[in-house]
Design a protein around this ligand. Structure first.
Ligand code: ADP
Ligand code: AMP
Length: 215
């Protein structure tokens, strides 16, 4: 089983993914997490990706598709995977379509989380992430029990470099130009399921679950 979570930055993809992978026993594949890890480890990939990520731009397709190709052949993906943040361009979507038959999986559903722009800005600028396990919190909407401390593992929370107001605006523009066309792309293929992401975290999760239970 392969599920794609589509949606603008801040739509709640990571937040929902955490629950979906538990409920449906799927491997979690987040290109954003893999790239941030590469930046932290100062690998070759990380050094190349950093300049784009800091400016709110997409990392070039040829770098990202290699990551996904490798990751999807990991043993834990054999039973099914959830893709978060990939594909983000039509080129990446075309690549995925061509690569999947060789890996022996196909896309079951593309869940598109829709959220209005003012809400996205508030969610992104108030987001705080755990430096140890990557869990995501929000100052107002999902505050940790203890200030700046991760509920899951006790790690320190930090604000992502690209969650500043200026970079957030740029990322939303990039989304509109380069990623939003994927909604029509997957709608045409008959595998798109839109979800109203403006509701609270539990309500969004319930909508997604109803969609996945029908697969
Ligand atoms: P994405 O992975 O799509 O960029 P996240 O899951 O990291 O988005 O969510 C962005 C921010 O919004 C986080 O701080 C998260 O806690 C918060 N958030 C996620 N879903 C909701 C929701 N339904 N209502 C309010 N805040 C939310
Ligand atoms: P995310 O964690 O999904 O918000 O991604 C953070 C940043 O990583 C993005 O702003 C991009 O710079 C980069 N990134 C993540 N996924 C992709 C992708 N599929 N294609 C290109 N760049 C990506």
């Amino acid at each position: 089983m392969l599920i794609i979570l589509l949606g603008p930055p801040g739509a709640g993809k990571g937040t929902q993914a955490e629950r979906i992978v538990q409920e449906h026993q799927l491997a979690y594949v987040s290109t954003g997490d893999i790239l941030r890890n590469a930046v932290k480890e100062q690998t070759n990939l990380g050094r190349k990706a950093k300049q784009y990520m800091d400016q709110g731009q997409l990392v070039p397709d040829e770098l990202v598709v290699e990551i996904v190709k490798d990751r999807l052949t990991d043993p834990d993906c054999a039973e099914g995977a959830l893709l978060d943040g990939f594909p983000r361009t039509v080129t990446q979507a075309d690549f995925l379509e061509q690569a999947l038959p060789g890996i022996g999986i196909n896309i079951d559903r593309v869940v598109s989380i829709e959220v209005k722009e003012e809400e996205l800005i508030e969610r992104l600028t108030g987001r705080r992430v755990c430096s140890e396990c990557g869990a995501s919190f929000h100052l107002k909407f999902k505050p940790p029990k203890v200030r700046n401390v991760c509920d899951v593992c006790g790690g320190d929370l930090y604000q992502r470099d690209d969650d500043t107001f200026e970079t957030v605006k740029e990322r939303l523009e990039v989304y509109k130009k380069q990623t939003e066309p994927l909604i029509a792309y997957y709608e045409k293929k008959g595998i798109l399921s839109p979800v109203d992401g403006n509701q609270d975290i539990d309500a969004v999760f319930n909508q997604i679950n109803k969609i996945l239970e029908k697969i």
